[in-house]
Ligand binder design. Structure first.
Ligand SMILES: Nc1ncnc2c1ncn2[C@@H]1O[C@H](COP(=O)(O)OP(=O)(O)OP(=O)(O)O)[C@@H](O)[C@H]1O
Length: 349
């Protein structure tokens, strides 16, 4: 069953068109990420679902009901903001109870049970008496999450909820979000500009580009088969190298700008000017002269502990490679860049 249905949503702020007709269906219980670069309209779309922003045209349905004209408080949704927006003068407990009081949900006893359950869900059962300023950033974030789920909304909207956390805490919270989502089964719409976050959390990703849906699918589908140049460069930090595809003995072969050639899988149907998308983790680096590789020159090497990230020049284009081999090459070295043709995406230019 479709829980949230967005139909041809358009939004303009004065003369500026921000959303150009977005349609998305979200199934009950699904975790969907809206992924896109800064300014592509993610937050605007989320605010439209919440009822905090009106549409210029289009329709928003929740559980089959047209809510396009309804105010936020009549939509049975919760939104958690990047800033958490906790009330500083209220205890953790009262912050979480706040939406129940506002919406007059349950009597005192029922509210108490719900608040306690929500605090348990985010593992803050012991800190109910504290004030927000007596909590760490991660704990404040959990309070905001408990407050968002306490009313058991039909839809949970999360706007970059992890962006204020440091890297380590962010990873912990990602795991926690997945577990909380599993436990509560809430339909969740999650806004992020972070592709790794979207890949690790979502059942489905809707990739937005300048107010349009660029591609949607499961994380595996989008990661493995980006449909456009934009999708490739946005997901998986792909390298984009221009080439021309011709044939040799009936087999497709890509010729790079410097004349080097790379055999492509027989199933490659495109011919002529293309862009090759090469994922940095799919590239290997060996000593120059190995027959299978392409000639490339090392520009820089960044030591990452277990791995090295190289920036190389391949046919005049910068290419990044992430390797875990022991060999260390230095800038200026000529190397052989190994590419598995089956891992190359060939995109129209
Ligand atoms: N109230 C407003 N008035 C005018 N323009 C606005 C308003 N709100 C947003 N915009 C513009 O709409 C575009 C999309 O903004 P939005 O906040 O939805 O982007 P976003 O993808 O969420 O970006 P970010 O990740 O930076 O928050 C931007 O160009 C922004 O400047």
């Amino acid at each position: 069953m479709s829980n949230v249905k967005l139909e041809s949503i358009r939004k303009s702020f004065g003369p500026v068109d921000v959303l150009h007709g977005i349609s998305v269906d979200i199934t009950s219980g699904e975790f969907v990420s809206l992924l896109g670069a800064s300014g592509c309209g993610k937050t605007t779309l989320l605010r439209i679902v919440a009822g905090l922003e009106s549409v210029t045209s289009g329709r928003v349905e929740i559980d089959g009901q047209d809510v396009t004209a309804l105010p936020p408080e009549r939509r049975d949704i919760s939104m958690m903001f990047q800033s958490y927006a906790l009330l500083p003068h209220l205890s953790v407990y009262e912050n979480v109870r706040f939406p129940l009081r506002m919406r007059r949900i349950g009597n005192r006893e029922e509210q108490d049970a719900r608040v306690r359950a929500a605090l348990e869900t985010v593992q803050l059962g012991a800190l109910g008496e504290r004030r927000p300023r007596q909590l760490s950033g991660g704990q404040q974030q959990r309070v905001a999450l408990a407050r968002a789920v306490v009313s058991n909304p039909k839809v949970l909207l999360l706007d970059e909820p992890l962006s204020n956390l440091d890297a380590r805490l962010r990873e912990d919270m990602q795991v926690e979000l997945i577990e909380i989502h599993k436990r509560l089964g809430l339909t969740t719409l999650f806004v992020t500009h972070d592709q790794e976050e979207a890949l690790s959390l979502s059942d489905r990703i809707v990739l937005l580009n300048r107010g349009r849906v660029e591609q949607e699918g499961t994380p595996a589908q989008i990661y493995a088969s980006p449909a456009t140049r934009f999708a490739s460069s946005f997901l998986g930090s792909a390298n984009l190298v221009e080439a021309t595809v011709g044939e040799e003995n009936g087999q497709p072969v890509a010729e790079l700008a410097d004349g080097q050639r790379l055999a492509l899988p027989a199933a490659t149907s495109l011919r002529g000017a293309v862009t090759l998308a090469l994922r940095q983790e799919d590239l290997s680096i060996g000593s120059a002269g190995q027959p299978a590789g392409l000639r490339a020159q090392v520009r820089t090497r960044v030591y990452l502990g277990a791995r090295n990230r190289y920036v190389l020049t391949l046919a005049g284009a910068p290419v990044r490679a992430l390797t875990s081999n022991e060999l260390a090459f230095g800038s200026g070295d000529m190397v052989s860049l190994g590419i598995d043709p089956a891992r190359v995406r060939v995109l129209p230019r």
